[in-house]
Design a protein around this ligand. Structure first.
Ligand code: PGA
Length: 251
């Protein structure tokens, strides 16, 4: 499967800037997108329509959402449903990003409900997992990853097709800090995730495992070449078309 190069814009950008960045990104990458790459842009909800106008219909470019509520519709003030996201052309959504776990208080169980519901409603889901620095210092990386995977994937059908699900390994201490995990740390975590996935899904060898956490133009090529790294999830460096296009094209 192609490597997935995903941009998470978080709570950044208003309309003009967002649409302009998406257009610039398209101009900078469309002609020379490597055959093994797929680009995913995950803007804030307010820009799904604007970015969608640039991205939708372009082969190897897709649109994703940062979050959703696990219900089709209903009295959930302030929330958004997978059905509404699909209506705007989203094919992917994140679940369990560390900022939602640690700032918004989402539990492993709630993340699992979202994964199951989002898949049922036809979104491809990127389940984000990753340890905090204290957990790494205590030697609990594998324990944390196992728990987040087991609970996050509890409701997923065993024979799910591999393109429907991806895992993003994002060590919390590397997100937005400029401190990227080292190659050995990345390979160890990704290998653990690959093996752990075998318990929950049949096609575990084909599920994409992305790395996220301070990915930049100057480290993207090296990270993408590591074993069991099938893509990257990029925050800060995805906000400018110039830096994100370098990551998309990185060798
Ligand atoms: P970062 O964010 O690239 O700014 O570290 C990654 C993420 O939160 O997905």
């Amino acid at each position: 499967m192609k490597k997935l190069i995903a941009a998470n814009w978080k709570m950044f950008k208003t309309w003009n800037d967002g649409v302009q960045t998406a257009r610039e990104l398209m101009v900078a990458t469309r002609q020379n997108l490597p055959a093994d790459r797929e680009v995913l842009l995950i803007p804030p909800f307010t820009l799904l329509k604007g970015v969608g106008e640039v991205f939708l219909g372009e082969e190897n470019y897709s649109l994703g959402a940062q979050n959703f509520y696990p219900a089709g519709e209903g009295a959930y003030t302030g929330e958004i449903s997978p059905v509404q996201l699909k209506d705007l052309g989203c094919s992917y959504a994140l679940a369990g990003h560390s900022e939602r776990r640690h700032i918004l208080g989402e539990s492993d169980e709630f993340v699992g409900e979202k994964v199951q519901f989002g898949l049922e409603k036809g979104l491809n889901i990127i389940l984000c997992v990753g340890e905090q620095i204290e957990e790494r210092k205590k030697g609990q990386v594998e324990e944390v990853l196992h728990r987040q995977l087991a609970k996050g994937l509890a409701g997923v059908e065993k024979d799910i097709q591999p393109h429907r699900l991806a895992i993003a390994y994002e060590p919390v201490w590397a997100i937005g800090t400029g401190e990227v995990a080292g190659p050995e740390e990345i390979v160890q975590a990704h290998t653990f995730i690959r093996n752990d996935l075998a318990q929950y899904v049949n096609f575990y060898e084909e599920i994409r495992i992305l790395y996220g956490g301070s990915v930049k133009p100057d480290n993207a090529g090296q990270i993408l070449a590591l074993d069991n790294v099938d893509g990257v999830l990029v925050g800060g460096a995805s906000l400018k078309a110039e830096s994100f296009s370098q990551i998309v094209l990185a060798e």
